[in-house]
Design a protein around this ligand. Structure first.
Ligand code: PMP
Length: 393
C-alpha cells in the first residue's frame, strides 16, 4: 500500500466508526440565517456570539484599514511586519482588558503556542485541566516541562497536583485552564484556582476564548467577571469568536509581553495579522468599550432559549453561559436529531466522541446576539417537534 492508499483506508475506518468530520460550506456570510446547499437555514452553530462577523461597522473599519495599510503585512512582526495599526490594536486591547500590555498573533490557537513554550522550561511544571482546549494541549507538548493533568474544575485535584510538583522540585509552576469550556458552557472556578495558586506560589493562565466579549463588564472576559484583576498572570484570548474577526492575543504584565516579543515563535516566525483584521478588531473593541448592547442581547437570548428548552423537558447540562448543550447522550440520537433539525431549517451540529466523552453526545446550540426572538421561537418549535418525534421529551 502506498501512503495515499493507507490514508484512504484510515479514513474509511473513521467513517465506519462515525468519526469522520463533515465539512460543510456556507454559501452566504456569517449571520443568524445562512444559505447552505441552496437552502436557507437558521445558524445555531457559529462562535459569532455578538453578530460582529458581518457587522457593517466592522466591515467599514476593515475597508478603511485596507485603504490605509494595504492587504498584507509583508513580513513577520519582528522583521518588517509591525505596522502602527498592530501597535494600536495591542494598546487598545490592553486598555479594554485593564491589563498592562498585550501581544497579538494570528489566532487563539497560535496565542497558546506563543506563550506556553516561551516561558516554560524543563525544570518547570504545567498543571492543566483535563478538558483544556487542543491548542493548550499542543502548546504544552512543545515544552519539556513536567505535565500534571488535574480533574475538570476540581480544585482539590489541582492542589494534589501542585503538592506533587513541589515534591518533585518544580521551579516555575503554571496552572492552565480554559475560562469557559466550549462543549458544556461551564466556567472555570477561577477565584478558587487563584487562591490555591497563591498558596503554592504558582502562576495562573486562563484561555478565555469563549469568555472574551461574553463574560464580564462589556465583555471584558472571565478575569473581569470574577474581579480578579492582578491575580491572574496570563490571559489568552481570541479575536475569532465574539470579536467577529480572526486573531489571538496574550495579555499580561509589560515584562512578560516584552519577553514574548523576543521569544514567542508564532510572533517571530509567522507573518502578522492583516490590516483588514486589525482594523475590524479595533472597531470591535471600540464598540464594546462604548456599550454593552450586544453582550446584553446575547445573554438575554441565552437565558430565554435555555429556560424554554428546560420547560419543555430538555436537559441542557451544566451550562452557565449562552452556550447550550442539548444532552442526548447516545451518538446516534444526536446525529439523527441534528439531521432532522437540518431538514426543518436549523443548522445545529451533533457533537460526539472524541470531542466529548463517550455516552455524552449532544447537540450544541450556539446562541448569538444576531438571533431575534422570532428566530429563537422558530428554533424552539422545531426542537419541540423533533424532541417529541424521537421521544426525548
Ligand atoms: N482556545 C479555546 C478554548 C478555543 O475554544 C479555541 C477555538 N476553538 C481556541 C483557543 C482557538 O482560537 P482560534 O480559533 O482563534 O484559533
Amino acid at each position: 500500500m502506498n501512503i495515499y492508499e493507507e490514508l484512504t483506508k484510515e479514513m474509511k475506518e473513521l467513517e465506519e466508526q462515525g468519526l469522520l468530520v463533515n465539512i460543510r460550506t456556507l454559501e452566504s456570510a456569517q449571520g443568524a440565517w445562512l444559505n447552505m446547499n441552496g437552502k436557507k437555514v437558521l445558524n445555531m452553530c457559529s462562535n459569532n456570539y455578538l453578530g460582529f462577523a458581518n457587522d457593517e461597522r466592522l466591515k467599514k473599519a476593515s475597508i478603511k484599514a485596507i485603504e490605509e495599510w494595504g492587504v498584507g503585512p509583508g513580513a513577520v512582526r519582528s522583521i518588517a511586519g509591525t505596522l502602527t495599526i498592530h501597535n494600536t490594536l495591542e494598546s487598545e486591547l490592553a486598555k479594554f482588558k485593564h491589563v498592562e500590555d498585550t501581544l497579538v498573533v494570528q489566532s487563539g490557537f497560535n496565542a497558546n503556542q506563543a506563550i506556553i513554550p516561551a516561558i516554560m522550561r524543563s525544570e518547570d511544571a504545567i498543571l492543566s485541566d483535563e478538558l483544556n482546549h487542543a491548542s493548550i494541549i499542543d502548546g504544552v507538548r512543545l515544552t519539556k516541562s513536567k505535565k500534571y493533568v488535574w480533574k475538570h474544575k476540581d480544585v482539590k485535584s489541582l492542589e494534589e497536583a501542585l503538592k506533587k510538583a513541589d515534591s518533585e522540585n518544580a521551579k516555575r509552576k503554571l496552572i492552565i485552564t480554559d475560562g469557559v469550556f466550549s462543549m458544556d458552557g461551564d466556567v472555570a472556578p477561577l477565584p478558587e484556582i487563584c487562591d490555591v495558586a497563591e498558596k503554592y506560589n504558582a502562576l495562573v493562565m486562563v484561555d478565555d476564548a469563549h469568555g472574551e466579549g461574553v463574560l464580564g463588564s462589556n465583555g471584558r472576559g472571565i478575569v473581569d467577571h470574577f474581579g480578579l484583576h492582578g491575580r491572574v498572570d496570563i490571559e489568552v484570548g481570541t479575536l475569532s469568536k465574539a470579536f467577529g474577526v480572526v486573531g489571538g492575543f496574550v495579555a499580561g504584565k509589560k515584562e512578560l509581553i516584552k519577553y514574548l516579543k523576543q521569544k514567542a515563535r508564532p510572533f517571530l516566525f509567522s507573518s502578522s495579522l492583516s490590516p483588514a483584521e486589525s482594523g475590524a478588531a479595533l472597531e470591535a473593541i471600540k464598540i464594546l468599550t462604548e456599550n454593552d448592547i450586544e453582550v446584553k442581547k446575547l445573554w438575554d437570548n441565552g437565558k430565554y432559549f435555555q429556560e424554554k428548552m428546560r420547560e419543555m423537558g430538555f436537559d441542557t447540562g451544566e451550562t452557565v453561559t449562552p452556550i447550550t448543550p442539548v444532552m442526548l447522550y447516545e451518538a446516534k440520537t444526536a446525529k439523527k436529531f441534528s439531521s432532522r433539525l437540518y431538514e426543518e431549517g436549523i443548522f445545529a451540529s451533533a457533537i460526539g466522541f472524541p470531542t466529548v466523552p463517550k455516552g455524552k453526545a449532544r447537540i450544541r446550540v450556539m446562541i448569538s446576539a444576531a438571533h431575534s426572538r422570532e428566530d429563537l421561537d422558530f428554533a424552539l418549535e422545531k426542537f419541540k417537534l423533533i424532541g417529541k418525534e424521537l421521544e426525548i421529551i
